[in-house]
Design a protein around this ligand. Structure first.
Ligand code: IN0
Length: 551
């Protein structure tokens, strides 16, 4: 069955589970294609349910339960333990509840979330009918979620090249990641991968879930690759060759020194930066950026991922994956896995802060790279992941939860970043806010320190101050909307709530007494929204946000 977005739990791609809520089944059959109107119907359906059904008390208890659970810090998703297959159903329910709770406690997220969801739906409709391109764009959406939307808004030629580049790299990564492949089989595949992209017959089955589908049906990717312009093909081929060789080198080598760490990150991410700079240049839209700053763009993202994914990587079955350099962790513990044990929490957090300080070294190059971009779509494509990265570092710094579960930016905040990032002043604003947040976490960590063993304290401070200075010197900070201090809503929420409740009750009343009138009413709304499916007027979005904020 086709998956659907759910207005209640805000998941971008939900399975049909949501229809187990009777009111939602009713909403689906109205077929009015906008989330905000669906949300209004959801509320009216709940009112209807409360008016007509005996399970009212259980609904009220559920609502009370949801709003009374203490919420976590506003920037994060409630901390999740890494999921196992056995806990899927339970975690799916918890995720939904977590999402609803997150929206209730951060109603400002609702507008960007709805907008993002509509963009996702719009993007789905745009998947090309040609089978190989259809496969590539469908896979892109499955393996990269929100990032696929940012790729989608690039101009056609460049978009196709980036989509194929992304899938080729994901495929290479799938081979590297699959711990069940013997080294003597894996190394030659990695080394020769750049040849396979020209061969429609080639495939190698490995990986799991969506990645297995990507590998099994790789001929679609090579068919699409062969249709790209020659300069795009050359850039992709060159990077695939160098990355495959680098990955092969690290199959038999541990990340010992900080130099090794930089080298490994260069192969798996820095080269992506070099490749993307070549693709942008080949599109005729940008000057060719230097290798050094292109490399930093990838390193900043990859080092953030390596820090955030510590627990997932160390718990990998059948074998741990270890990317934290020994030169750093050996100052705190004897074995990398010791960081996850509670008795080592103090050392673990110090080691974590050391790793974050190391990643921050690339932030200024990234600002330099982004400030040189001219094309607005390319700019957004580059800027959104970078803001997500500095936001993630701010969440991770001095946070022991990195060693207990998954520390991630809230989905609503991700949506807000996607929604707000348009110009370089937005980037300076976001880097400034998240660096200030890092600085206050740093100040707190210094106060907490009993033995003064933070080897990197001075360096952390210097790096943060350098980033803050660059952002300040841009002279654009007062144009920004802060990510930290929440701005007041521009609308009169009381009035909106009243209108909303009246509409909800009206719909509930009509649906229970005069279904025919109800149909007419729905048709009118649908007509009103016709042609306005993707970009809805702000007023409609503010309605649900206003309503939820008063709950
Ligand atoms: C990326 C990068 C990416 C985007 C834009 C400019 C870049 C410049 C230099 C290097 C990389 C650049 O962005 C993606 C983001 C992504 O995939 N996000 C995931 C979220 C997540 O947590 O994984 C999503 O699902 O939305 C990225 O992480 N990488 C990547 C890969 C290929 C390309 Cl073409 C661009 C992976 C990596 C290893 C960091 C380079």
């Amino acid at each position: 069955m086709r998956s659907q977005s759910c207005p209640l739990c805000s998941n971008f791609a939900l399975s049909s589970n949501c229809s187990s809520i009777p009111s939602l089944a009713w909403i689906k059959c109205t077929q009015v294609g906008t989330s905000s109107v669906r949300l209004m119907f959801l509320i009216s359906a709940s009112v209807h349910k409360v008016l007509t059904r005996p399970c009212m008390s259980s609904l009220i208890f559920l609502a009370l339960d949801l709003v009374s659970v203490p919420t976590g810090p506003w920037l994060t998703e409630p901390c999740q333990k890494p999921t196992t297959r056995h806990s899927f159903i339970n975690s799916h329910y918890q995720k939904k509840m977590g999402s609803l709770r997150a929206i209730l406690s951060n109603p400002d997220d609702l507008y960007p979330l709805l907008k993002l969801k509509m963009a996702a739906r719009h993007a789905e409709k745009q998947i090309p009918p040609v089978p190989h391109w259809g496969f590539c764009y469908t896979m892109l959406h499955r393996v990269s979620r929100s990032f696929a939307l940012v790729i989608q808004q690039l101009d056609t030629d460049l978009r196709d090249a980036v989509c194929i580049f992304y899938l080729v790299l994901r495929a290479l990564d799938t081979v590297e990641d699959d711990t069940s492949i013997a080294t003597e089989v894996k190394v030659p595949i990695l080394m020769d991968f750049y040849r396979y992209i020209y061969d429609r017959e080639w495939h190698f089955s490995c990986g799991t879930k969506d990645y297995k589908v990507l590998m099994d049906e790789f001929h679609h990717v090579s068919t699409a690759f062969l249709e790209l312009g020659r300069s795009y093909q050359e850039a992709i081929e060159d990077i695939t060759m160098r990355m495959g060789a680098g990955m092969a080198k690290f199959i038999c080598k541990e990340v010992e020194t900080v130099g090794d760490y930089d080298e490994y990150c260069h192969y798996v991410a820095g080269l992506v930066g070099l490749g993307l700079s070549k693709l942008f240049h080949a599109s005729g839209k940008e000057d060719l950026a230097s290798d050094a700053i292109s490399n930093s763009m990838g390193l900043f993202l990859q080092k953030t991922n390596i820090i955030r994914d510590y627990l997932e990587d160390i718990n990998e079955i059948p074998k741990s994956r270890m990317f934290w350099p020994r030169q750093i962790w050996s100052k705190y513990v004897n074995k990398l896995e010791d960081l996850k044990y509670e008795e080592n929490s103090v050392k673990a957090v110090q080691c974590l802060n050391d790793m974050v300080t190391n990643a921050l070294m690339h932030a200024e190059d990234c600002l330099k790279y982004m400030s040189a971009l001219r094309d607005p779509a390319i700019f957004r494509f580059c800027a959104i992941p970078q803001i997500m990265a500095i936001g993630t570092l701010a969440l991770c710094y001095n946070n022991v939860q990195v060693f207990r579960g998954v520390v991630k930016m809230r989905r609503g905040l991700t949506a807000r970043v996607i929604h707000r990032t348009k110009t370089m002043s937005d980037v300076y604003g976001a880097f400034y806010d998240f660096s200030r947040m890092l600085k206050s976490r740093y100040d707190a960590s210094i106060v907490d320190q009993v033995d003064g063993t933070d080897h990197k304290a001075r360096e952390t401070k210097d790096r943060l101050e350098a980033i803050l200075r660059t952002c300040r010197d841009s002279g654009t900070l007062n144009e920004r909307k802060s990510y930290i201090i929440r701005t007041k809503p521009k609308y009169n929420s009381t009035l909106i709530v009243i209108i909303f409740i009246i509409l909800a009750i009206l719909i509930a009343y009509l649906s229970s007494t005069r279904p025919y009138n109800m149909c007419k009413f729905l048709k009118k709304i649908k007509k009103l929204l016709n042609g306005n499916d993707f970009i809805l007027s702000d007023t409609l979005f503010f309605l649900p946000a206003g309503l939820v904020s008063t709950f």
